[in-house]
Write a protein that binds this ligand. Structure first.
Ligand SMILES: [Zn+2]
Length: 63
């Protein structure tokens, strides 16, 4: 079986106009349209900074 990139659909909203491959932590890979891709990216960034800030607080708050 060959795995082509043609005919891929956004796995969230089934939009097939323009899709991007999203590499996340969990589910490993997702095919997403621009809109959903941006949404996932924003979510991941938010989570990243939340973790980062929390760690920073923990580090600085212990003195
Ligand atoms: Zn979508």
């Amino acid at each position: 079986m060959t795995q082509g990139s043609a005919g891929q659909k956004c796995e969230v909203c089934s939009d097939d106009k323009q899709t991007y491959l999203y590499h996340g932590e969990y589910p490993a890979k997702l095919v997403l349209c621009k809109q959903c891709y941006d949404g996932y990216m924003a979510k991941e960034m938010t989570q990243y900074w939340k973790d980062h800030i929390q760690e920073e607080k923990r580090r600085t708050g212990q003195c």
